[in-house]
Design a protein around this ligand. Structure first.
Ligand SMILES: NC(=O)c1ccc[n+]([C@@H]2O[C@H](COP(=O)([O-])OP(=O)(O)OC[C@H]3O[C@@H](n4cnc5c(N)ncnc54)[C@H](OP(=O)(O)O)[C@@H]3O)[C@@H](O)[C@H]2O)c1
Length: 330
């Protein structure tokens, strides 16, 4: 017989099940407990959550698009009030670097944040915990967002948990640098799949929700190399230039639905991606940056926060905003 308990105070829940999307509204695990009756509607989410011991058939295998949900359940009345005003944000590739800084900034500004990652589940959980410690709500979602089914499951998870998606930040990205003449088709394809197709599938999934509400903010993280190119990065610069064209077209399509779509083009930002550069290249790069330093992830996050949450940004759409220490002045 399953033991059960009701909780109304903040909890951390870890979900592990076969299909993230369907599981998200039904069964979460908290230590030795599974949480059932985690409703897909906001009202039941903020009602009491029933805990039961795991059933025999419960899978503990890590799913391909597994969800590790860290859900803060607030007191019923205060929770409903907050739910009406706290925007729901989905940030792809948020376990490290720029995405992590974006998730933290949005979480600390009062958003409920879905923290997507590919492999770094512990880092993603740490991001969720940091958001929760600052009084916010977060859940982590593992999965490769270049895949359409994963993108759909991710958006469904946010909707099942919090009722909607208000902000999508397409941040996940990779590099596979080499000169054009040595580039393998697989290196081209991997970068295009995540950095461009991933933006398409996530945007399409989130926009379905936003269009119904006639409200939303989509922010795509491109790069200055999508504007000016870079030797050794034909795959990456093509994908990032594609994101810019994509952003402008989608901004035109969704403007009548009150959905703002913008791109940010960072220059060199201190992260795992740029830590591989080596001292010589780093010196050359710095010589071309008028402000004489790399940017910080938090500086990009501040710009995302402005575009996503500040009412002054409501009249900005279809733009590409560079944040690069003056490297690319157009
Ligand atoms: N750093 C820069 O100087 C710079 C400049 C211009 C533009 N950008 C762009 O800014 C974005 C973030 O860059 P960053 O420097 O912060 O990168 P990073 O430190 O390498 O972090 C990449 C993030 O993307 C996630 N990720 C990788 N593959 C994924 C996949 N298939 N599905 C979902 N998530 C995946 C990683 O998750 P795991 O931890 O699980 O692997 C990680 O959270 C990228 O789009 C990048 O192109 C960066």
């Amino acid at each position: 017989m399953a033991s059960s308990a009701f909780i109304t105070s903040p909890i951390a829940a870890v979900l592990s099940n076969k299909t993230a999307a369907s599981a998200a509204s039904q069964r979460f695990s908290l230590g030795r407990y599974n949480i059932v009756e985690f409703g897909s509607r906001r009202s039941s989410f903020f009602s009491r959550v029933k805990l039961t011991a795991p059933s025999q058939g419960f899978s503990t295998k890590k799913p391909s698009s597994g969800v590790r949900a860290v859900a803060a359940v607030e007191p019923v009345v205060a929770g409903v009030e907050k739910a009406l005003v706290a925007p729901v944000a989905v940030v792809t590739g948020a376990s490290r670097g720029i995405g992590k800084a974006i998730a933290l900034a949005l979480g600390k500004s009062g958003c409920k944040v879905l923290v997507n990652y590919s492999r770094s589940s512990k880092e993603a959980d740490d991001v969720c915990n940091e958001i929760e410690e600052s009084g916010g709500q977060a859940l982590s979602f593992g999965g490769d967002v270049s895949k359409e089914d994963v993108a759909m499951a991710m958006i469904k998870t946010a909707v099942d948990t919090w009722g909607t998606v208000d902000v999508l930040v397409n941040n996940a990205g990779i590099t596979r640098d080499t000169l054009m003449m040595r580039m393998k088709l697989s290196q081209w394809q991997e970068v295009i799949d995540l950095n461009l197709t991933g933006v398409f599938v996530c945007t399409q999934a989130a926009a379905k929700v936003m269009m119904k509400k006639k409200k939303g903010k989509i922010i795509n993280i491109s790069s200055v190399v999508g504007l000016i190119g870079n030797a050794g990065q034909v795959n990456y610069s093509a994908a990032k230039a594609g994101v810019i064209g994509f952003t402008k077209s989608v901004a035109r399509e969704y403007a009548s639905r009150n959905i703002n779509v913008n791109a940010i083009a960072p220059g060199f930002i201190a992260s795992d991606m740029t830590s591989k550069l080596g001292e010589d290249i780093e010196k050359k790069v710095l010589a071309n940056i008028p402000l004489g330093r790399f940017g910080q992830p938090e500086e990009v996050a501040g710009l995302v926060e402005f575009l996503a949450l500040n009412p002054s940004a409501n009249y900005i759409t279809g733009q590409v905003i560079t944040i690069d220490g003056g490297m690319v002045m157009q």
